[in-house]
Write a protein that binds this ligand. Sequence first.
Ligand code: NAP
Length: 333
Amino acid sequence: MSIPTMMKHTTIREPGDPDVLIPDQGPVPAVGAGEVLIRVEAAGVNRPDVMQREGNYNPPPGASLIPGLEVAGEIVAMDDSVTGFSIGDKVCALVSGGGYAEYCNAPAPQVLPVPDGLTMIEAAGVPENYFTVWTNVFERGGLKQGETILIHGGSSGIGTTAIQLAHLFGATVITTAGSDEKCQACLNLGADHAINYRDQDFAEQVKKITAGDGVNLILDMVGGDYIQKNISCLALEGRLVQIAFLQPPVNEINMMPVMINRLTITGSTLRPRTIKQKGAIADQLRQQVWPLFTAGKLKILVHETFALEDANEAHRMMESSVHIGKLILDTAK
Ligand SMILES: NC(=O)c1ccc[n+]([C@@H]2O[C@H](COP(=O)([O-])OP(=O)(O)OC[C@H]3O[C@@H](n4cnc5c(N)ncnc54)[C@H](OP(=O)(O)O)[C@@H]3O)[C@@H](O)[C@H]2O)c1
């Protein structure tokens, strides 16, 4: 198949509400050193894209200004230096921008084969969540078999991934979500306990569930008044991994329990990391997680798909938080 010179993509006209996302046309990107060019069949929508659209999460230097952090599609061109892939391979990739488009470049180390058993739509929902959860829960958070983890935002793309991986790697999973329907979806994915945080105080519930011991690890994307409550939920030597702030990041906190209980408070962002660092995470995913897809043990919950032209509708839905799992742009729609 020949590669056109122009493609459809989404442009962020200016920082603002979802309608600043507009359908646009532009040149198909040229393949850079160490990159593959992917004909995008589907692209994942992620909360960081919403923050970028609002003007609160600028692309790192050198990244495409087109939004979109993950794609699935077919390799149609590649730099001569790339090994391990061929033209025509069906892949999914983590990118630092450029996903909401018909064609997207990806550094080869961030490209993975489409996991066995997944459709291209499902595969587009894998990279951002799996790279993020792997590095924050297992590498940074050091989750071990037999430990207990509290995962906030259990019905989010990140949450649905973290629940399944933590469960499959032998942890007891407690999660929070904003409705009974969402809690049930989390239980269906392997969570042992799901707390509807709108009806119940999650810190009190965690104490009850753990008989006062607390949890070993917390994955949090909320911040604000969750910070002190999270600290109160941690067991001796517990770890809090902060991956976002849906509430403000600034809050006055009492650090005494951090000292007394020898706690670790950490966090990270994925996007600004180097290709080498992301490639190392990809290697871990390929070795430790891709076989779980092959075994049929992991599901990608796709809540809804949208045409590329309707990226604004996808963002509106994401901000409403009605979704359970992933929102995906389908370039064939
Ligand atoms: N650090 C990193 O490298 C990194 C990478 C990717 C994503 N992230 C972050 O991870 C989070 C999840 O991303 P995603 O793409 O999976 O987003 P998502 O699917 O939109 O999930 C966000 C969820 O958070 C819950 N929520 C929203 N506001 C809340 C609040 N004030 N208090 C408690 N819960 C709230 C909502 O569910 P409820 O109905 O349950 O409230 C919503 O479903 C985002 O904050 C994103 O920025 C971080």
